[in-house]
Write a protein that binds this ligand. Structure first.
Ligand SMILES: [Cu+2]
Length: 114
């Protein structure tokens, strides 16, 4: 007996669609990355990241307004005009919340250092 022509390709399609069904959990927790983007408008993306101790994190202001990064509890304001970057090195494990000093109500972020 021969296998009907359509059965094997169809089985392949079903397998593929089964694999694509799972959703990634990008929004569930801090992203593992060393770069934070400031896209238009007024936000840090991703808002929360996690890095190992000793990591230098880079923020890039791709918005059309001046923003800044101020680690809560420090006095070191890192101001970025449109197109500018700033970096902060995190040597101590812990949770570091930060704000944009120009838009403290809207722009908040967090760096978790492991
Ligand atoms: Cu801002």
């Amino acid at each position: 007996m021969t296998v009907p022509r359509l059965v094997l390709p169809l089985a392949g399609l079903l397998l593929l669609s089964g694999c694509a069904g799972g959703r990634t959990s990008a929004a569930a927790g801090p992203a593992t990355t060393t770069t934070v983007n400031l896209p238009p408008s007024y936000r840090f993306d991703p808002e929360a990241i996690q890095v190992p101790a000793g990591t230098t994190v880079t923020w890039t202001n791709n918005d059309n307004f001046t923003h800044s990064v101020l680690i809560v509890g420090s006095n070191d304001v890192h101001t970025m005009k449109p197109g500018e970057k700033t970096t902060i090195t995190f040597n101590t494990p812990g949770q570091f919340d930060y704000v944009c000093t120009f838009h403290t109500q809207n722009m908040k972020g967090r760096v978790i250092v492991n």
